[in-house]
Design a protein around this ligand. Sequence first.
Ligand SMILES: Nc1ncnc2c1ncn2[C@@H]1O[C@H](COP(=O)(O)OP(=O)(O)OP(=O)(O)O)[C@@H](O)[C@H]1O
Ligand SMILES: [Mg+2]
Length: 353
Amino acid sequence: MKFLSRRSKSSVGLDIGSSSVKIVEIDHGKDGPVLKNYGIVKLPPEAIVEGEIMDRSLVIEGIQECMAKANVDKQDVVTAVSGRAVIVKKIIMDKMNPDDAKEAVFWEAEQHVPFDIDDVCLSFEILKEDVGANQMEVLLVAAKKEMVDTHANLIRDAGYNPVIIDVDSFAVQNAYELTEDEAGNRVTGLINIGSDVTNINIVQNNIPLFTRDLSVGSTAFIEALQRELGVSFEEAEEMMSGDAEIEDEEKCRDIVSSACGELSMGIERSLSFLKTAGDAEQLDEVVLSGGGARIPWLRDILRDKHDVEFKINDSVGKIRRADGLETHSEQDLGRVAPMLTVSLGLALRREGN
Ligand SMILES: Nc1ncnc2c1ncn2[C@@H]1O[C@H](COP(=O)(O)OP(=O)(O)OP(=O)(O)O)[C@@H](O)[C@H]1O
Ligand SMILES: [Mg+2]
């Protein structure tokens, strides 16, 4: 009998984005995961620019403030990196057991990663154990060591302990899989539109078919609105978050439509990559998350352009909530839910999984 168990029952996902810090704490009860706490704290625009940390102390303060707001008293956190310094690639290599693959993957990575192999952290997963000719398919993930170290040190300086460092796209996939029981064979585009980065991850049967980050996000839409309407960034941001009333709807829709060129092209390119690789002919559905998922008219515009349904990720809505959660939280969960997808996917990963 154990009166006291040190095994932690809950885990905390910490997502440090360019525009805000987001935290989710999940209780891993025997009846499945329960949302215990959550919080979002906006960062000043100069804190992180295009994924690069410009002012450490502002980000550290943001993390501490968010932990306090979310009411979290744990030290261990699961976190993630994303952007250009992360490379995700499917490769074919000789069949071998996972232990041997650990060694071999280093040699393979040299041909596939555009950075010096001594400067990257490598991780891999065997996707298909047998693709014929005594070969297997492996998902290779490489991230620049310098970026991973900077991220981990920042979290340590804020007083927390990063136990797992994941990748944003895979956290979104994790949140989606754990809450979606019938994804089945469908080819699903998981698109997480942040403020500066959009993570695209196309999955089928829980396997990533194609993963890429685009250097565009909701800021591009906010700036277009700011320019075209002559309003402040803050006013434009409220409109693009669905929090402010929009007077000239037709004009705003046109602005959103012209601003979505780069995003749309990124989606198109991902799809043609899939077709060329022979992995899929079309997307069956797209699930949007991140702050950009709330941009007015965006889903309709993208649906018309790409001829596929665009939904909003509702992983947060599907997780059971702890008693009294909403009464002690100051942010309306419904409004911030799409933005919590990455932190939710991280918290669901639980240490050691
Ligand atoms: N309640 C809210 N609080 C904060 N931001 C919001 C809110 N509602 C909408 N937004 C918008 O969401 C966008 C941020 O989305 P998200 O939080 O997914 O990005 P991020 O993770 O900070 O950035 P990135 O992933 O690109 O580094 C901002 O442009 C912001 O205007
Ligand atoms: Mg983000």
